[in-house]
Design a protein around this ligand. Structure first.
Ligand SMILES: Cc1ncc(COP(=O)(O)O)c(C=O)c1O
Length: 402
């Protein structure tokens, strides 16, 4: 957790709005997953869609982490950060032929989630190694929009289609070296992780897939967003996972690698969006604190009704009041928090929006033509600019296509 003093120092040096990441926490979260899940052949593939800040990627590369990527852009950036192709897996959905060629030519393992793409992949790259994404048929996640299992979603091959998969694999002599599933983000029940594992393991038999090297059980590990929310007992969950996988490997007849690909778990808590309040108004019964950022810069509240804890860095001991904390975008839903109790907010106060490390900057955009904030990395108490903000001139030039 970064101190209030360090966050205010970052504001002094770089202004607002500003993203600040605690690099030490990112590394700690990554490493502790290896303490929780004690499988000798465990590989954590960080889901870089959560936050692809280049400096964060370099920190994780220094830990020899692996990556889950979802676009050619992800792969290209990962290579620039030093990740070797054998530590990258490609799990895009609705891929084009051109995209597949780009990624295949870079030497990255393809994870395919539809029979249609598998057929085309076999036709174009017969004899290749491949990983297959199955839909685990378990429904869980922090919000309907981030539940990826079950047949109401677009993700993965249905478990019951395993014979169709085998026919395509045989037709093109493909070498299935891995199977994958991802249940959802912010999984509410640890049992969902275990049930999805069981469902995938049920089809991951030597009869169906004799050359498996790994099973990849996706991401979704939950972190607390509410201040009073309990942290999941990952030690227990890790033990359950290892026990289950160990029994499976005995049956399969080989000690396979086990992959997980968390995004949120590694980066969510390490991030802060710092924004300055410039307008206080009272609309009848509602006090409104208006700040210099908005939902294109942190979309989770409007997109997923997500709760982000907000701290008034400038007046932490002020009298408690209730506010709608709103952004600067021309949309009614542009609120970081509704009817939130927080120490009195005055014009000029700096607010820290917490848990802003995952799916915040990376889901950002330029709606209303405002540049994304700069990003700063804190390591060992020292601040470093990790990505500068575009100037308005640069943003306009980019928008004009020049
Ligand atoms: C295939 C896949 N793997 C991993 C993740 C990471 O999920 P989380 O950030 O919740 O750990 C996602 C996120 O949506 C995903 O789609």
């Amino acid at each position: 957790m970064l101190s209030k003093e360090l966050l205010l120092q970052a504001v002094k040096e770089y202004g607002t709005p500003l993203y600040v990441y605690d690099g030490d926490e990112v590394v700690q979260r990554y490493k502790e997953l290896y303490d929780f899940i004690k499988w000798p052949k465990l590989k954590i593939h960080y889901a870089m869609k959560a936050n692809y800040n280049f400096e964060l990627l370099k920190l994780l590369n220094a830990q020899n982490a692996s990556l889950d990527t979802v676009s050619p852009g992800d792969v290209m950036l990962a290579l620039k950060a030093g990740f070797s192709t054998d530590r990258i897996i490609y799990t895009a959905n609705n891929m084009t032929d051109a995209e597949v060629k780009m990624v295949y030519d870079m030497g990255v393992l393809m994870n395919i989630g539809s029979l249609s793409r598998l057929e085309k992949f076999g036709r174009d790259y017969p004899g290749s190694d491949v990983c297959l994404r199955f839909n685990p048929d378990v429904v869980d996640g922090a919000h309907a929009k981030i539940m990826t299992g079950g047949d109401l979603t677009k993700f993965g091959i249905l478990l019951k289609d395993v014979d169709k998969v085998k026919a395509i694999v045989a037709k093109y002599n493909l070498n299935v070296i891995g199977l994958h599933e991802h249940t959802g983000s912010g999984l509410q029940h640890t049992e969902s992780v275990l049930q999805s594992m069981r469902n995938l393991m049920a089809i991951a038999t030597p009869e169906n897939f004799p050359n498996l090297r790994f099973l990849d059980f996706g991401g979704g590990f939950k972190v607390p967003y509410q201040p009073d929310e309990e942290r999941v007992d990952y030690v227990k969950m890790g033990n359950d996972i290892t026990e289950l996988f160990s029994a499976y490997c005995k049956k399969y007849g080989k000690e396979l690698e086990m992959y997980f690909e968390p995004g949120k778990y590694i980066v969510a808590e390490a991030g802060y969006l710092l924004t300055e309040v410039n307008t206080i108004k009272v609309n009848n019964s509602r006090a409104i604190a208006g700040c210099n950022s908005g939902f294109p810069q942190l979309i989770r509240p409007i997109m997923y009704d997500a709760y982000h804890h907000i701290v008034n860095l400038s007046n932490p001991d002020g009298e408690l009041n209730v506010y709608d904390i709103c952004g600067n975008i021309c949309e009614t839903g542009d609120r970081f928090a509704e009817q939130r109790e927080i120490p009195e907010i005055r014009e000029g106060d700096v607010l820290a929006i917490e848990n802003a490390g995952a799916y915040c900057y990376s889901m950002g955009g330029y709606y209303n033509l405002r540049p994304m904030p700069a990003e700063v990395l804190a390591v060992g108490g020292k601040l470093k600019l990790a990505r500068k903000a575009l100037s308005y001139e640069e943003l306009i030039a980019q928008t004009m296509g020049v």
